[in-house]
Design a protein around this ligand. Structure first.
Ligand SMILES: O=C(O)CCC(=O)C(=O)O
Ligand SMILES: [Fe+2]
Length: 213
């Protein structure tokens, strides 16, 4: 039987603590090697296999009830990932996400109840113009999460930087982030405007949201 002290025992996780403190101070966090090289490599293979099977769709703007495809705003192709149908790679992904969510809820009472994730592939010359991740008719998205699945040789000239438009004492301060493999960027969905710069080389990622209610 589980004793009370077992139930309450808690192992502090330095990586998660860093994320929590970065989010509290800056409203965003960047974590390199959130996923191991092995996990990134199986997730990339899973993304590419499903893309080859033609399962991706052109991404739309708006939420699932009122979406439209506008190539002048975003040009990525996406595929939603169903946790209940996860393959081995996706199960590794969700294990780690669920661990993070459990930690956030236990330590910060964040009240994350739902999550949604999709693969994204940005073909050459596509981009995602400056936007915010919450919808007019739905503000449940609390934290935006992006994980990059590009290969190890990713170069700055490949483009596709994520730019976060931060506020520094009332002045706009763009923060440029390269989509390096295994890197995870988490930010406040309701606050931070951001964009994906045009890509020169196909750019691979998983994007998702941790949601309340
Ligand atoms: O891929 C990224 O860096 C960000 C993607 C994004 O902003 C989105 O899908 O809403
Ligand atoms: Fe976004």
């Amino acid at each position: 039987m589980e004793t009370l002290s077992n139930a309450m025992s808690f192992i502090e996780n330095a990586m998660y603590e860093q994320i929590i403190s970065d989010l509290a101070i800056n409203q965003y966090s960047i974590t390199d090697h959130f996923f191991s090289a092995e996990t990134v490599s199986v997730l990339r293979a899973s993304l590419l296999a499903k893309h080859d099977e033609d399962r991706f769709k052109k991404a739309a703007i708006g939420n699932r009830v009122n979406e439209v495809i506008v190539k002048s705003i975003r040009g990525d192709h996406i595929l939603w990932i169903d946790e209940n149908m996860a393959n081995t790679a996706e199960a590794l992904f969700f294990n780690q996400i669920n661990d993070l969510v459990g930690y956030l809820n236990r330590t910060c009472f964040m009240g994350i109840l739902h999550k949604e994730f999709h693969y994204a592939l940005y073909p050459k010359a596509t981009f995602y113009k400056r936007h915010i991740d919450t919808f007019k008719n739905d503000d449940r998205r609390k934290l935006s999460f992006v994980c990059y699945l590009n290969d190890e040789e990713w170069q700055p000239e490949n483009g596709g930087e994520l730019v976060l438009y931060l506020d520094e004492n009332g002045r706009e301060a763009p923060k440029i982030i390269y989509p390096l493999p295994g890197r995870v960027v988490i930010f406040e969905s309701q606050i931070i405007e951001h964009e994906v710069k045009p890509v020169e080389v196909e750019r691979l990622s998983i994007t998702g949201w941790l949601k309340t209610r």
